[in-house]
Ligand binder design. Structure first.
Ligand code: DAH
Length: 340
């Protein structure tokens, strides 16, 4: 029995020395020291020993167990330290590595334009809000007073997700969301992506950007609308800029107008860019909020009136920076973007 215990200790020590890892060490502990382990097996045979030998072997078994326990614990500590050192080594960041060649992006001219527009309206007391790009048909069309047979509802114009959801075709549904959430009085602008089933050409893209504005309060009139937009255009393009309001139709405003702005290329002289009219056409849509739209959002149209406007941010960026092809805005070529 003595020999068995000694052989067991030697075998265990040898196994521990052979490049063991933490899991194997635990297996080894169970194999030798566990309840069904080797030492227990040997102790089970103690009954066969003479009375004098029993304490001797018992003591020796305890010694072997203690030796093994110590060795295993010691090895465990060493392995843990090693693992930690390896992890620290592998996670080291070499700050001397040359990163000069990493290509950085550039702030997009559309985002710059959108933020510039927002800033201008913030300075006039507007709050900036956002709305989702996936909208309900209700917010995008119904609540905006758009008749059931309005052509923009057509499958060939609008990306539907199902009968109730679509990719918003304009930022005007943010008007609905804001009026329902905040009520009146209200003064907000909202910029973001919009989507229409358009073929790509120089001036069209199925994904484009708009900025929407809405003011609701007591005694708001068309004069407030014209004054606000005039100031805005002068701030954006310069003091010599003029605006021209042409009657138009939008379901959600009455009366409605389209706004032309002095041609920024020739400053009104007439040039090829403006077809010698002196005007940049259709830069904005606007009007007095239709009373039905106010009522749809729970706002008393006897007490409150409002004006609203919407503009294409892509159009404005193109006019502002002299960009002739809208596709350049979406190709994300750094050589183009870095110019702004
Ligand atoms: N939603 C219109 C469009 O996409 C633009 C517009 C026109 C917005 C008049 C308005 C508005 O808020 O009053 O063509």
């Amino acid at each position: 029995m003595k020999e068995r215990l000694e052989a067991l200790r030697d075998a265990a020590f040898k196994e521990i020395q052979d490049n063991i890892d933490l899991n194997e060490l635990e297996e080894l502990r169970v194999k030798f020291l566990g309840k069904k382990g080797e030492i227990t097996k040997i102790l089970r045979d103690m009954g066969k020993l003479s009375a004098e030998m029993r304490p001797v072997i018992g003591q020796m078994a305890n010694e072997v167990r203690a030796d093994l326990e110590n060795k295993i614990n010691e090895t465990k500590e060493i392995l843990k330290t090693k693992a930690k050192e390896q992890r620290i080594d592998s996670e080291t960041i070499d700050i001397t590595v040359n990163t000069k060649d990493i290509k950085r992006g550039h702030r997009h001219p559309l985002i710059q334009t959108a933020e510039e527009l927002e800033d201008l309206f913030i300075s006039m007391g507007f709050s900036v809000v956002t709305g989702p790009e996936i909208e309900t048909v209700e917010n995008n069309f119904d609540a905006l007073n758009s008749p059931d047979n309005h052509p923009s509802r057509d499958l060939s114009d609008t990306f539907y997700i199902n009968d109730e959801l679509l990719l918003r075709t304009h930022t005007s549904p943010v008007q609905i969301r804001s009026m329902k959430k905040y009520g009146a009085p209200l003064r907000i602008v909202s910029a973001g992506r919009t989507f229409r089933y358009d073929d790509v050409d120089d001036t069209h893209s199925p994904m484009f950007h708009q900025l929407e504005g809405l003011v609701v309060d007591e005694n708001i009139s068309m004069a407030n609308l014209i004054h606000t937009l005039d100031i805005f255009i002068k701030e954006l393009f310069g003091d010599d800029m003029k605006t021209r309001y042409r009657p138009h139709h939008f379901p959600f405003t009455e009366p409605s107008a389209e706004v032309d702005v002095t041609c920024i290329e020739c400053r009104g002289e007439g040039c090829p860019a403006c077809n010698f009219t002196g005007w940049s056409m259709e830069l904005l849509g606007c009007g007095m909020v239709h009373p039905q739209v106010l009522e749809n959002c729970g706002i008393d149209s006897e007490k409150y009136t409002g004006f609203a406007f919407g503009m294409g941010i892509d159009r404005i960026a193109m006019v502002k920076y002299g960009i002739k092809d809208i596709r350049l805005l979406f190709e994300n070529d750094n050589r183009f973007l870095e110019q702004f």
